[in-house]
Design a binder for this molecule. Structure first.
Ligand code: 3PG
Length: 392
C-alpha cells in the first residue's frame, strides 16, 4: 500500500468538521536560512500559509512549533531563536489572524480565543526534543487539542514535536505534507529515463542513499564537492580542494554515474587572484576547485531524460560560485521532463533565478527528508504516527 493511500484520510482537508474552533498545535518546518538575525529565504514560511489559512478560516487558534538550526551551546540560543522568524512574519504581515504572539514558556495554559496564532520558541531549546522525550512531547501536547503535522522537511526525524506528541493528541497531516507526498510519489514510479543529479559538499553521509538510488534511476550525475571525493579516490590531483576521507569504492565503479570533467578553480576562495576553467586532468597543486561545470555527457543525460530530480548545487553557492548550477538550471528549463528540485541550497539557488524556477514542476521544501522519502518510500515520523494510529 502506498504511503499516499495510507495517509489519505489523515489529511486535514478530509476532516473539515473536526477542525473547527480548536486549539491546533501545528508542527511546521521553519528551519530557514538566517543571516545577521534576519530570515534570508522565507520559502518554507510561505509554503506553510495554505495550511495556516485553512485552519484560521475555521476559527481555530494555532500554536506553531518548529526547530531552527542545530543549537548546542547557550550562545547558539541567540542565533537560533525563533523570535527572528516571529519578527519576520510580523513585519511582513504574513498571517491573517486576530493576534500573533511569541511564547517562550511551554508550561502555560492557552485559552481558546479564536483566530489567534502563537509561535513557540525553538523546540530544540527544550531538553529531550531530538531524543523524542515523551515528557517534553506531553508538555507540547498540553498547549492544544489537536496535533497537525505539516513539517514535511522534518518528517525523517522522530523527535518530540514531530512524532512523540502524537501519543497524546489526535493527529492529522497538513496540506504541505499532502502536496509534497503527491508530487514526490511521482518520482517513485518515474517516466523513464530517470536522471538524478546530486551535488552539495558531502558524500560520506549519503553513500547508502546513493547506492539505493542507483537501483531506482537510469543515470546519476554526482557534482559539487561530492564528486571531488570520488576523483580523489581515483587518484586524481584535486589540489587544495575540499574532499572527504571516506571509502567510496562501493559506488565508484557504477556505470550509471556521470561525473563533471570541467571545473572552475581559484587560488583563494574569498579573494581569488585567478579564477579559471580547468579540466580535472590539469588541476595544479595550489588550485582550489569551487564549481563543477556540465560536460557533453551531463548535457545529453539531462536532455534525454523524462524525469529529473536535482538536489545539491554544483559549487560553493554561498560564496557566489554558481556557474555550474546556472548551466544545470538552464538545461532543465529546456527539457520536457517532469522536474523536481529539493534541498535547502538548491531551492535557495533556484529561487534566485525566476526564469528557470518557473520551468520546474515541483520544488520540495525538504532536504534530507526528500532524499529519505525517495530512498525509503516513506518517512520515519510518518511510520511512527501511523503505528500509534493502529494501536490506539
Ligand atoms: C532540514 O532543513 O533538512 C530540516 O529542517 C531538518 O533539519 P535537521 O537536519 O537539523 O534535523
Amino acid at each position: 500500500m502506498s504511503i499516499l493511500s495510507k495517509l489519505n484520510d489523515l489529511f486535514i482537508d478530509t476532516k473539515t468538521d473536526l477542525l473547527v474552533n480548536k486549539r491546533i498545535i501545528l508542527r511546521v518546518d521553519y528551519n530557514v536560512p538566517i543571516k545577521n538575525n534576519k530570515v534570508v529565504d522565507p520559502t518554507r514560511i510561505i509554503n506553510s500559509l495554505k495550511t495556516i489559512n485553512f485552519l484560521i478560516e475555521k476559527n481555530n487558534d494555532i500554536i506553531l512549533l518548529t526547530h531552527l538550526g542545530r543549537p548546542k551551546t547557550e550562545e547558539d540560543k541567540l542565533k537560533y531563536t525563533t523570535k527572528t522568524i516571529f519578527n519576520f512574519i510580523k513585519e511582513n504581515n504574513l498571517f491573517n489572524c486576530n493576534n500573533f504572539e511569541f511564547i517562550e514558556d511551554i508550561n502555560i495554559k492557552i485559552d481558546y480565543k479564536g483566530r489567534n496564532i502563537y509561535l513557540v520558541e525553538n523546540v530544540r531549546f527544550f531538553n529531550g526534543e531530538t531524543k523524542n522525550d515523551l515528557e517534553l512531547a506531553k508538555k507540547f501536547a498540553n498547549l492544544g487539542d489537536i496535533f497537525v503535522n505539516d513539517a514535511f522537511g522534518s518528517l525523517h526525524r522522530v523527535h518530540s514535536s514531530v512524532a512523540g506528541i502524537s501519543n497524546y493528541l489526535p493527529t492529522y497531516f497538513g496540506l504541505l505534507v499532502k502536496e509534497e507526498i503527491l508530487n514526490l510519489s511521482k518520482l517513485l514510479t518515474p517516466k523513464r529515463p530517470y536522471l538524478i543529479i546530486l551535488g552539495g559538499a558531502k558524500v560520506s553521509d549519503k553513500l547508502n542513499l546513493i547506492k539505493n538510488l542507483l537501483t531506482k534511476c537510469d543515470k546519476m550525475v554526482i557534482t559539487g564537492a561530492a564528486c571531488l571525493t570520488l576523483y580523489k579516490s581515483l587518484n586524481f590531483n584535486i589540489g587544495k580542494s575540499f574532499f572527504e576521507e571516506t571509502d567510496v569504492s562501493n559506488i565508484l565503479n557504477n556505470n550509471l554515474i556521470i561525473l563533471p570533467t570541467e571545473f572552475i578553480v581559484v587560488d583563494n576562495i574569498d579573494n581569488p587572484s585567478y579564477k579559471i576553467k580547468k579540466n580535472i586532468k590539469d588541476i595544479g597543486d595550489n588550485d582550489i576547485i569551487v564549481d563543477a561545470l556540465i560536460n557533453e555527457d551531463i548535457r545529453k543525460a539531462i536532455l534525454d531524460s523524462n524525469t529529473i530530480f536535482w538536489n545539491g548545487p554544483s559549487g560553493i553557492f554561498e560564496k557566489g560560485y554558481n556557474e555550474g548550477s546556472i548551466e544545470i538550471a538552464k538545461l532543465l528549463s529546456e527539457s520536457n521532463a517532469f522536474k523536481v528540485i529539493g534541498g535547502g541550497d538548491t531551492v535557495n539557488f533556484i529561487n534566485s533565478t525566476v526564469e528557470y524556477k518557473n520551468k520546474i514542476d515541483f520544488i520540495s521544501t525538504g532536504g534530507g527528508a526528500t532524499l529519505e522519502f525517495l530512498e525509503k518510500e516513506t518517512l520515519d515520523a510518518i511510520e511512527y504516527i501511523l503505528k500509534l494510529k493502529t494501536t490506539i
